[in-house]
Design a protein around this ligand. Structure first.
Ligand code: NAI
Length: 301
């Protein structure tokens, strides 16, 4: 089979000045995509006034390898910044096909110590940023009748992580975004998916020992992201865990459950708790309507 290529495709990668975003951008560009390398250039916690050197350096790397790229220094976390990123793509390359929402910061604190500012900033970059950039891009993807949108969630959102209430909520919010965009984009050939990566980057450098960081190369995550961005991929609405070359789909499931007919009492719930919690034979539901149908089917069974 022929190699997967992105010739003629234009991609935005947010937060591409380092870590995973840089790796995604380099891979797409090496396979023919024209890439907008967006990065605000701040510190890992979102502080600092921003520096243009991070995004510029990645563009220099892409160009040195014979690829095409343009730097962009807008923040994803405002509607104007997001519109600016999309404008860079259109002004430079004339179209837009692929959006990789990757920009991120961390402000870890237990809920007791969490300040409103820590909560807001993390939501603003991850959740608002993913929405703003996708919103600004969407009409252009629709006009193409082609779009591949990647979101970056996290095991911290899917499963929880001590000290990351802000980050976990933002990352799970992103899953909600994907769940609905998969429905809204399908008929326009716009597919939205989320990856839950594990990689040695400046975000994980403070919490993982060096040998582990060395094993978790961002380059072992990017091939999945790139495949999901390809024309041949029909994957839509999925969450994929990705780290060190290990890839696995993750999904929300609902148990068969139990139905209490007639008077629904607290004691009735207690009686059926084991059955309610039993995941044997659990199902995946494709949209909220199917959840409603499941309730009515159980009532009439
Ligand atoms: P990183 O810190 O190397 O990359 C994030 C980039 O986003 C930075 O270059 C930063 O300057 C940029 N950025 C931050 N705020 C921005 C804004 N408002 N606008 C534009 N750019 C902005 O860290 P890493 O690990 O590569 O993170 C990439 C994504 O992967 C993040 O969304 C992170 O939450 C997610 N992730 C990473 C994991 C890991 O194991 N490294 C685990 C789970 C999720």
């Amino acid at each position: 089979m022929a190699d997967v290529r992105f010739d003629g495709r234009v991609a935005i990668v947010t937060g591409a000045g380092g870590g995973l975003g840089r790796s995604h951008a380099l891979l797409l560009a090496s396979r023919g995509a024209k890439v907008v390398v967006n990065d605000l250039g701040g510190a890992f916690d979102g502080s600092g006034s921003g520096s243009t050197t991070m995004a510029q350096k990645v563009c220099d790397e892409i160009k040195a390898a014979g690829g095409e790229a343009v730097p962009d220094y807008n923040s994803v976390s405002t509607p104007d910044g997001a519109a600016g990123i999309v404008k860079t793509a259109l002004d430079t390359f004339g179209k837009l096909d692929i959006v990789i929402n990757n920009a991120g910061i961390l402000r870890d604190k237990s809920i007791v110590k969490m300040e409103e500012e820590d909560w807001r900033k993390v939501i603003q970059v991850h959740l608002d940023g993913s929405y703003f950039v996708t919103k600004a891009a969407w009409e252009h993807l629709r006009a193409n009748n082609f779009g591949r949108v990647i979101f970056t969630t996290s095991a911290a959102g899917l499963y929880g992580n001590f000290g990351q209430t802000n980050y976990s909520a933002a990352k799970m919010g992103i899953v909600g975004l994907v769940n609905t965009l998969k429905l809204e984009g399908a008929k326009y050939n716009i597919y939205s998916n989320a990856i839950a990566p594990i990689a040695g980057t400046r975000l994980t450098a403070t919490v993982m020992p060096q040998p582990m960081l060395d094993m978790l190369k961002p380059e072992a995550v990017s091939p999945m992201v790139a495949y999901l961005c390809s024309e041949e991929s029909t994957v839509n609405g999925k969450i994929i865990s990705a780290g060190a070359g290990h890839f696995a789909v993750a999904q929300m499931v609902e148990a068969k459950g139990a139905t209490i007919k007639g008077d629904v009492s607290i004691e009735g719930v207690r009686e059926k708790l084991d059955q309610i919690m039993d995941l044997e034979g659990a199902v995946t539901l494709g949209n909220a309507g199917e959840a409603g149908s499941k309730v009515f089917a159980a009532l009439s069974a």
